[in-house]
Every structure is written in structure tokens, then in C-alpha cells.
Design a protein. Structure first.
Length: 234
């Protein structure tokens, strides 16, 4: 019988323990995200995205509202001007004139449009603002205030003066020179129509009126559609 050579005792081999995925990552290890974190991450991202888009959406609504308000203000102002300085004079027989000088400052600076309607000469009183021909039968007119009504051998005469002028007008005004009494006026409106002939101004006013009505209809239809779309989205 032979004896087997003695097998030396081997030192136990130590193996590194398996690292769990939840331990902090070191060299050669893998870090993983807990299931709870991975499940909640998209929700957090969605919440952040929604919170970021909400101010933008609110800002767009406010900007849209401001635009609509400004649009309606512009439309309303244009309609009022067309009615006051185109339609009303035609219906009532009044005439619009544009003040070109500064003699009636500060109430009627250059560029003011005055609407003048006919008046009986005997009904004119001190303090009235009238428009009259500089020379009888001539187209040039001036708008000044009556400061006196004088009775002469040739009949009544009006003494006029510009509010900003230091002295009265040199020539008295006769009845045939008077075109009418100023009914109402608006500063700077005359700059919009200066140089445009009367017939052309009428057609321009009609075109602007049609355009404004169309734009108003467009704004109303857009608002109704937007409201209906928001109801469907709910």
C-alpha cells in the first residue's frame, strides 16, 4: 500500500462580497436608481413642465386681451370721428373746416377741425365763435370769436378777435360774410384730412368704415371660436 502524499492545507480564499445595487457606486460597481425614484421622476418632470407653461399661457391670454382692448378702442375712436366729422355734417347741413393758424390757441390749435353750422345773423351773440369769409365772395375763411356787435348806418356789424391775438380784427364782419357758428371741434383731427378733397374724403371715410366693420366682425368671430374651443377642451 502506498501512502498518498500529504496534501498541504490550503488557506481559505476570500471572495469579495457581491455588491448590492443600492450601495454607492465605487470603481467597477454599478449605481442604480431606486424603483420609487424612477417612478416619480416623470411625474416631477411633468409637474415642472406644466408649472413653466402655465405662466406662458397666462401671459398669452393677457397679451391677447390687451390687444383686443386696444383694437376696440381704435375702432371706437375711428367710428366716432367718422360719424362726427363726416356723417353728422352731411345730415345737418354743417361744414367742417380746418384751423391753420394759432390765432385761436389754446382751445383751437393749428390742425383743429371745427364743424360750423349755419346761423341767423341776428342770433349771433358776443362770445360766439364764428367762421366767416375774409373778403365777401372769396373762399378763404377765418374762425374767430365775436367780441362786439355794432350797429352802424349800413346795418349791424360784428367785431371779431382771435383768442391768441393781441388786437381785434381790423375789418368788421358783414352778414353775407358769415358762414356759420362753430358747433363743436376736435384738436389735431384736421391733420388727418388736410389736403384731401371733399369727395375723396367721403370715399376714404366709407372705405375706412367698411374696413373697421370687417375687422370688428373678424375679432368677434375669433373670440367666439376661441371660447368654443376652450369648452371642448374641458
Amino acid at each position: 500500500m502506498t501512502n498518498d502524499p500529504a496534501i498541504p492545507d490550503r488557506e481559505p480564499v476570500s471572495r469579495p462580497e457581491a455588491r448590492t445595487p443600492n450601495e454607492p457606486g465605487e470603481a467597477g460597481s454599478f449605481a442604480s436608481v431606486p424603483p420609487e425614484a424612477s417612478a416619480t421622476a416623470p411625474a416631477e418632470a411633468a409637474t415642472t413642465e406644466q408649472s413653466g407653461s402655465a405662466p406662458r399661457s397666462r401671459g398669452r391670454r393677457i397679451a391677447g386681451l390687451i390687444t383686443k382692448i386696444i383694437s376696440w378702442i381704435v375702432i371706437g375712436a375711428a367710428v366716432v370721428l367718422i360719424v362726427a366729422f363726416v356723417l353728422v355734417p352731411r345730415v345737418t347741413g354743417a361744414t367742417p373746416y380746418t384751423v391753420l393758424t394759432g390765432s385761436m390757441r389754446p382751445n383751437m390749435p393749428p390742425g383743429t377741425t371745427v364743424v360750423v353750422r349755419p346761423i341767423d345773423f341776428d342770433a349771433i351773440r358776443v362770445g360766439d365763435v364764428i367762421t366767416y369769409q375774409i373778403a365777401s365772395g372769396k373762399p378763404e375763411v377765418v374762425t374767430h370769436r365775436v367780441i362786439a356787435v355794432n350797429v352802424t348806418q349800413d346795418g349791424p356789424r360784428l367785431q371779431t378777435k382771435g383768442d391768441a391775438n393781441p388786437a381785434p380784427d381790423p375789418n368788421p364782419v358783414r352778414p353775407e360774410q358769415v358762414r356759420g357758428k362753430v358747433w363743436y371741434w376736435a384738436p389735431f383731427v384736421g391733420y388727418l384730412s388736410q389736403g384731401i378733397q371733399s369727395d375723396t374724403r367721403t370715399w376714404v371715410a366709407r372705405g375706412i368704415g367698411i374696413a373697421l366693420i370687417g375687422y370688428a366682425a373678424f375679432v368677434v368671430v375669433g373670440a367666439v371660436r376661441g371660447r368654443a374651443r376652450r369648452r371642448l377642451e374641458r
